[in-house]
Design a binder for this molecule. Structure first.
Ligand code: BEZ
Length: 260
């Protein structure tokens, strides 16, 4: 048992993904468990700035990606999406014990494009095969996981936005690595697959708005930007994993998250 009451063998290293990591795993993992963390709210409030490593957005419309907001901070804000589930669903990955040092070396960068490293207790979903859990895990002892968070003090944190303006912005943001809307729709599809209760209204509402915008633009311009088909999403979920070895930043990792 870890000193802070979380489970995990001394040599175990777990990573929590609540964004693209859900469908794009890190390297060298041997276990993937759906579940949740509490005390946070997931929001599309992090700017994906355009720079030499990032082509998700244009200079006029840098893309938006998710971050976690501490729930107590979020409660002080005025957010148009004024409710949020208590549980932030995602997945925890266990890194193979013999690759932990190597993977930590890639991950243990203090700041990556606004995201900083934090640790948070992770609760596996009910019904997860017990053989996948740490030996000393039980309901009272969640798993300690590393998580990337873009906190409000980072330059790329945007804060509350009007959902329709945000949806228009996501719809417009694109670049050589693919449209920002594919990240949004990819997240919606990945969350749907985790559990019947893993949906996130912030994500589904934005996805619906962007679909409506795409339909509106299609009517105006002809069929240019089709939402991902089920097959395309399926393909996206089986793309190559995050490659922390080649990537010097999260931006570069996301460079590989191209829509098919
Ligand atoms: C994720 O949890 O998927 C994630 C969070 C921040 C940066 C990259 C990925």
């Amino acid at each position: 048992m870890a000193a802070n009451g979380t489970a995990g063998e001394a040599d175990e290293f777990w990573l929590f993904g609540y964004g693209s990591l859900i469908w794009k795993p890190p390297p060298h993992f041997d276990r993937r468990i759906p579940g949740w963390v509490t005390g946070y709210v997931r929001r599309f409030w992090q700017v994906r700035e355009r720079n030499i490593q990032d082509h998700r957005g244009t200079p006029e419309a840098p893309g938006r990606v998710v971050t976690l907001i501490s729930r107590s901070f979020w409660e002080q804000l005025t957010d148009h999406h004024n409710s949020a589930p208590d549980k932030v669903w995602g997945v925890a990955y266990r890194i193979k014990p013999d690759r932990v040092a190597e993977v930590k070396e890639y991950l243990d960068i203090r700041e990556i494009n606004g995201y900083t490293i934090h640790y948070t207790p992770f609760h596996p979903a009910p019904g997860v095969d017990p053989s996948l859990l740490p030996r000393n895990h039980n309901r009272d002892h969640p798993i300690r996981t590393l998580v990337y968070i873009g906190t409000p003090d980072n330059d790329q944190f945007v804060g509350p936005q009007d959902p329709q303006e945000l949806a228009e912005h996501i719809y417009r943001s694109t670049g050589p690595s693919g449209p920002n809307r594919d990240y949004l729709w990819g997240l919606e599809a990945a969350l749907d697959e985790l559990s019947p209760e893993s949906g996130d209204k912030h994500v589904t509402d934005l996805s619906d708005r962007v679909r409506a915008i795409a339909a509106r633009e299609e009517r105006k311009q002809g069929p240019k930007h089709q939402p991902l088909s089920v097959l395309q999403r399926e393909h996206q979920h089986h793309e190559q994993p995050h490659d922390f070895r080649r990537a010097s930043s999260i931006d570069e990792q996301e460079e590989t998250e191209k829509a098919p």
